[in-house]
Design a binder for this molecule. Structure first.
Ligand code: GDP
Ligand code: MG
Length: 251
């Protein structure tokens, strides 16, 4: 694996024992070993090559091994991450509270990082529904609120593990395409251009917001998932923006 270029840094976060190392093991080696993985000092790293359409993406996956209890340590791992898989154990409600802690951390410290909520050990619920400790609809509401994707996985059976990492890779490719087309880095939308005039009519000169809108429409026309745009606040155009688009001939 040495020498391979990593396209996107992906971190796994979550309470100790929720199954982060098992998730990486399933994703990277398609196997499950019962019993906790040896906690190492520092983080374990795995590179996973994924295909998205005709493109190849290498995800550099960091398992925050042994650092769950040492918050300052994990901060080093998620710095610069493009995606964070925040794990909680579906049978353990306290692990979901801990997941919320990590989400807050990411929201405060890593704005450009996409969040994927991952409820682990779904096979235990197959065995006995009463084991569920985290209500699906509660998490769904929360995921919507924080604009995260939600997966329920089992590293034991493999359920939804490939889907999770595939989604991470796809989102990375689609969002990178967006950044290349706009020539912009990930981040919040800039404030409205000072040229905006009362009544939502603006001079036809294309500003940063217009450019984002135009690119989002182009990408949407190419079949990229709609939720990508809403997540980044692009598909909520104001009247001013739409009128500019009309002037640009993109409606
Ligand atoms: N039944 C079941 N057990 C799991 C699953 N994933 C992890 N485990 C178990 O949960 C424990 C903790 O897993 P580990 O991957 O070491 O958790 P980590 O501390 O978050 O890295 C181990 O005993 C695993 O075998 C799963 O999908 N199903
Ligand atoms: Mg571990």
């Amino acid at each position: 694996m040495s020498g391979r270029r990593v396209d996107a840094k992906v971190v796994l976060l979550g309470q100790e024992g929720v199954g982060k190392s098992s998730l990486v093991e399933r994703c990277a080696h398609r196997r499950f070993r019962p019993g906790p993985y040896q906690n190492t000092i520092g983080a374990a790293f795995v590179a996973k090559v994924m295909s998205v359409g005709e493109q190849t993406v290498t995800l550099g996956i960091w398992d925050t091994a042994g650092s769950e209890r040492y918050e300052a340590m994990s901060r080093i791992y998620y710095r610069g991450a493009r995606a964070a898989i925040v794990c909680y154990d579906l049978t353990d409600s306290s692990s979901f509270q801990r997941a919320k802690f990590w989400v807050n951390e990411l929201q405060n410290c890593e704005e450009g990082c996409r969040i994927y909520l991952c409820g682990t050990k779904s096979d235990l619920l197959e065995e006995d529904r009463r084991k569920r400790g985290v209500d699906f609809h509660d998490v769904q509401d929360y995921a919507e609120e924080i604009k995260a994707d939600l997966f329920e996985t089992s590293s034991k059976t493999g359920q939804s593990v490939d889907e999770l990492f595939q989604k991470v890779a796809e989102d990375y490719v689609h969002f990178s395409a967006f950044q290349v087309m706009t020539g912009e880095r990930a981040g919040p939308l800039p404030p409205p251009a000072p040229s905006a005039q009362p009544g939502g009519i603006r001079a036809p000169r294309e500003g940063a917001e217009d450019k984002r809108c135009r690119v989002s429409m182009e990408l949407r026309a190419r079949g990229c998932p709609a939720e990508l745009w809403s997540r980044h606040g692009i598909l909520v155009p104001t009247g001013a923006r739409l009128s500019t688009l009309a002037q640009l001939g993109h409606r």
